[in-house]
Design a protein around this ligand. Structure first.
Ligand code: ZN
Length: 417
C-alpha cells in the first residue's frame, strides 16, 4: 500500500515536528497552489475567485477558497498539536556528571513510550536581535541530542508488574555527560546553523522534544503506517490536500492546543475562526445566513480496536484498521455528529464507493472529545466528527492503516453541504 499519497503524508509527518513547523509546511503547500497570505492586523480585501490563508501564533491556520456567489463553507477542521515534553523556562539540571533539561508534559503523554528513544528538540525561540528588535525563529535540531534511559529491570524487579512513572522526576531527558553547559549559548549556536547570526539575547522559548525515528510503512504488505504525531497531523495533511484539490467553497481550520482543551488565542475555543469568518462575510446578516448554510467536518483520529485489548470497545462500534473512515457519535455531545451531518458524509462515501465505520465508546467508559463540539458551540454550525482508525493514540509512535488517510481525502472532496 505504498503510494505517492502516503509517501507525501509520511514526509509531512517527519518534517512537522511541532505545531509551528506543521503550520509552516501547510503554508508551503498552499503557497505552491497560489493561496495568498492575509494578515489579521490588516484589512481583508478579498477578490472573488481567489484563495487565501491566514495564521495566528505561527501555530494555527485557516485557509479558504473565496467565491462571493456561494453562501457558506464546507469547513474541515483538525489540530496541529500533539502530546509532547516541553522544555521548562530554566531547564538545566546538573546531577551525577550528567546534564538534563527539565520538561513539563504537554497534553496526555503516554510516558512509557518516551524511554530509550533518540530525541531531538524543536520549536519557537524569541530573541532580541542586534538592532534591538524582537524576532521569532522556528528551530529544529533534526539530530538526536537527548535520551531518557529506562531503569534497568535488575534495579526494579517489579518493572513489568506495577512500575509507575513520575512526571517530575522519571522522564527528564539527558543531553550530555559532564558538567559544562550553557543553555543560551547552546541555542545561539543552533541559530548559527540556521544562518541567523544577529542574536543578541534569547528572551524566551517554546521548545519540545520529539523522536527522530522517521515515519515508516510496516506490515507484510506495508498495510500500516507508523509515525509520531499521526494524531492529528495526518488529518491536517489530508484536509489541506482536500482543500487545494477542490474548487468549491472549502475552508480548513487547523488549530493549536486541542490536546489541552483548545482554550487559547490560537485554539478552537478562541476567537480565531469566528473572527476570520466574520471578516469574510462583512455584515451580521450575511454571516448568520452563511453559518446556517455551512458544514464543519471535524477530523481527528479514532481508536481502532486493538486485538490484544478488544474488550475496550463496544462490539458493534469497534473501528478496524483499513476498513474505512470512522464517524464518531456520542449521545452526550462529546462528538458533534448528528443524523443530518452523518447523512451528508455517508452520501459522499457512497458516491466514492467507500465504506465507513461508526464509533461509539463503551457506555461504561468515558469518551474523548475534539474540536468538533467546540466549534459547533461557538459558531452554531452543523458539524460531524470523523477520523481514521488509529492504534496507540498519544504514544511517541502511533500507527494507522495505509489505506484510510487517502479514503478520508476522497470522501472529503465529495461532501456537499
Ligand atoms: Zn487528536
Amino acid at each position: 500500500m505504498k503510494n505517492k499519497f502516503n509517501d507525501e503524508l509520511l514526509n509531512f509527518l517527519d518534517n512537522s515536528t511541532t505545531p509551528f513547523s506543521a503550520t509552516a509546511n501547510m503554508v508551503k503547500i498552499l503557497t505552491n497552489m497560489n493561496f495568498i497570505r492575509l494578515d489579521e492586523s490588516e484589512t481583508f480585501n478579498l477578490i472573488d475567485g481567489q484563495s487565501y490563508y491566514v495564521t495566528r501564533n505561527d501555530s494555527s491556520l485557516i485557509a479558504f477558497r473565496y467565491n462571493k456567489e456561494l453562501l457558506g463553507f464546507k469547513m474541515m477542521g483538525a489540530h496541529t498539536d500533539s502530546p509532547t515534553l516541553k522544555v521548562k523556562p530554566n531547564p538545566v539540571i546538573k546531577k551525577n556528571s550528567t546534564i538534563q533539561l527539565g520538561v513539563e508534559p504537554y497534553g496526555g503523554v503516554l510516558f512509557n513510550t518516551w524511554f530509550d528513544r533518540d530525541l531531538s528538540l524543536a520549536g519557537r525561540v524569541t530573541y532580541l536581535n542586534e538592532s534591538e528588535n524582537i524576532e521569532d525563529a522556528i528551530l529544529d535540531l533534526k539530530t538526536p541530542i537527548a535520551l531518557i534511559p529506562s531503569l534497568a529491570i535488575h534495579l526494579d524487579k517489579n518493572a513489568n508488574k506495577d512500575r509507575t512513572i513520575n512526571a517530575q522526576t522519571d522522564i527528564v531527558p539527558l543531553i550530555s555527560s559532564g558538567e559544562k553547559f550553557d543553555f543560551e549559548e547552546f541555542l545561539k549556536s543552533s541559530f548559527k546553523d540556521l544562518g541567523i547570526t544577529d542574536v543578541s539575547t534569547i528572551l524566551s522559548h517554546e521548545l519540545s522534544f520529539y523522536d527522530t525515528q522517521k515515519a515508516s510503512y510496516v506490515g507484510l504488505n506495508k498495510e500500516f503506517i507508523t509515525s509520531a504525531r499521526i494524531d492529528n497531523l495526518l488529518s491536517c495533511y489530508v484536509i489541506t490536500k482536500a482543500l487545494v484539490d477542490s474548487s468549491d467553497n472549502s475552508l480548513i481550520f487547523c488549530s493549536d492546543h486541542e490536546e489541552v482543551g483548545s482554550d487559547s488565542t490560537s485554539g478552537a475555543g478562541g476567537t480565531f475562526l469566528e473572527e476570520v469568518l466574520r471578516r469574510i462575510h462583512k455584515d451580521d446578516e450575511q454571516y448568520f445566513k452563511a453559518m446556517r448554510a455551512s458544514l464543519m467536518i471535524s477530523c481527528d483520529n479514532a481508536h481502532a480496536i486493538h486485538p490484544n485489548f478488544s474488550s475496550k470497545h463496544d462490539e458493534n462500534h469497534s473501528p478496524k484498521i483499513n476498513q474505512g473512515v470512522v464517524v464518531k457519535v456520542n449521545a452526550n455531545q462529546r462528538y458533534a455528529s448528528n443524523s443530518s451531518s452523518i447523512a451528508k458524509f455517508k452520501l459522499a462515501a457512497l458516491k466514492a464507493d467507500l465504506k465507513i465505520q461508526e464509533f461509539v465508546t463503551r457506555s461504561d467508559m468515558g469518551c474523548g472529545s475534539t474540536i468538533g463540539p467546540i466549534t459547533a458551540t461557538k459558531l452554531g454550525v452543523e458539524t460531524i466528527d470523523v477520523g481514521v482508525p488509529t492504534f496507540a493514540m498519544h504514544s511517541i509512535r502511533e500507527s494507522a492503516g495505509a489505506q484510510d488517510a487517502q479514503e478520508l481525502y476522497e470522501i472529503l472532496k465529495l461532501v456537499s453541504f
